[in-house]
Write a protein that binds this ligand. Sequence first.
Ligand SMILES: *[C@@H]1O[C@H](CO)[C@@H](O)[C@H](O)[C@H]1NC(C)=O
Ligand SMILES: *[C@@H]1O[C@H](CO)[C@@H](O)[C@H](O)[C@H]1NC(C)=O
Ligand SMILES: *[C@@H]1O[C@H](CO)[C@@H](O)[C@H](O)[C@H]1NC(C)=O
Ligand SMILES: *[C@@H]1O[C@H](CO)[C@@H](O)[C@H](O)[C@H]1NC(C)=O
Length: 461
Amino acid sequence: MEVSWALIIALPIVLAAGLKQEPYKPDWASLDSRPNPDWYDKAKIGIFIHWGVYSVPSFTSEWFWINWKGNPTPSKGQQKKINDFMKSNYKPGFSYQDFAQDFTAEFFNVTKWVEIVQKSGAKYVVLTSKHHDGFALWPSKYSFSWNSMDVGPHRDIVGELADAVKKSNGLHFGLYHSLFEWFHPMYLSDKANNYTTNSFVKNKILPELMELVQKYKPEILWSDGEWEAESSYWQAEQFLAWLYNSSPVAKSVLVNDRWGRGTLCKHGGYYTCSDRFNPGVLQTHKWENAMTIDKHSWGYNRYSDLEDYITPQELIDTMAETIACGGNILINVGPSKDGKIPPIFQDRLYEVGNWLSVNGEAIYGSRPWDVCQNDTTTPKIWYTTDSTGETLHVIMLRWPASNVLYLACPQTSKKSVITMIGTKGRLEVTDKHILKISLPDKAVVKTNYAWVLKITNISSP
Ligand SMILES: *[C@@H]1O[C@H](CO)[C@@H](O)[C@H](O)[C@H]1NC(C)=O
Ligand SMILES: *[C@@H]1O[C@H](CO)[C@@H](O)[C@H](O)[C@H]1NC(C)=O
Ligand SMILES: *[C@@H]1O[C@H](CO)[C@@H](O)[C@H](O)[C@H]1NC(C)=O
Ligand SMILES: *[C@@H]1O[C@H](CO)[C@@H](O)[C@H](O)[C@H]1NC(C)=O
């Protein structure tokens, strides 16, 4: 029985070593216990970039292929539009794959992209490494001849952007990745077997995800295309345990919640819940509002008119509401096939950036105010506090009539000082029952869209 003595001595050491190396187990309870890296909550604002073969037709949306050729199509209306478009503009027999050679990217300039992101005030970037059409924006070993090195740009888009973002001052790098691929034969075969087989996950998705992570070391992995199958089919828990325990980004990486049917708003890192999720009340779990500047499309749509894009006011309204309720906002732009971020997107982003250059302290590193997120008295007021919770930021999205602001939620103390960011001097409270604050004349303020009052030493009611 020498063996058992050896075991008794060795076992605790093995266990301890095991625990040290593998803090996370491949189950949701363990994975969900991992805290998000600190930087993310402070960053507040990111830029989402949807770019791929769908940017070539750039018509309807990034769902072009499935809306056209899906059997059944997700949308009969879109299918008719696309059929008419193809008939009028392309030879019979032209396929979706044929668009790839026209994905030219001749003006793709990562320096310019990073410049645009920095001017927007965003602190992270998330690029679609692969959307539901399966086209990889990097030379993937697992996407032979259907990637940006073999066809189209003949460039490693993910690699170029990863390098530029990482070299930039203070930006974080993230990658979007779709689990399912509409037309991949292996996926369709697993699907036909009711997901009792998983050759697509074993041979395509897991190797490809590991390749992405090892090669480009993203700080965010923004998963999508999960909803048709359970997370057990996707082996999401096994993958995340590897990602958190032994991948090269084990310490720094952050993921979202799209890892299989039923994981949305429930498992993973931060919650995205639904596209354009914006609950209007404080959430208990960290979340992100992934939204678009083109109201109807994530990929570039050449057919969109000015009224199809949200206005700077709408964008800043959405940002304030999102941040006040504990979210981050991920603002989507769709570059054109040549690699330009069209000026309409630049305009919206620069308006946000200009606003933040004055009022950023109400956003970056701020915390939601647990007392009230908005106020009933004046329409369009959202609150945040500084990191200590002692100074309140009143984000005023409309200028009140007669330069007088009424607030029902905050209570001031004798020590409170009220100022407006970007102007000099204190503001006076003329009625404490319901805070009645006299504002300076609107003519003296420099920014548009929204104004921020700071109230120090607030007392909780
Ligand atoms: C890329 O963009 C940067 C920044 O705007 C610019 O300085 C540079 O000239 C551009 N490069 C090319 C090849 O256009
Ligand atoms: C898949 O499941 C559906 C409904 O549960 C059933 O009708 C179908 O026969 C199943 N198909 C296979 C291939 O097992
Ligand atoms: C905050 O806004 C939401 C909707 O935007 C509204 O239902 C709610 O009543 C507001 N809360 C307060 C305190 O005004
Ligand atoms: C007022 O708040 C500031 C921080 O915002 C704090 O440093 C200071 O101690 C507070 N003053 C009092 C008297 O509470």
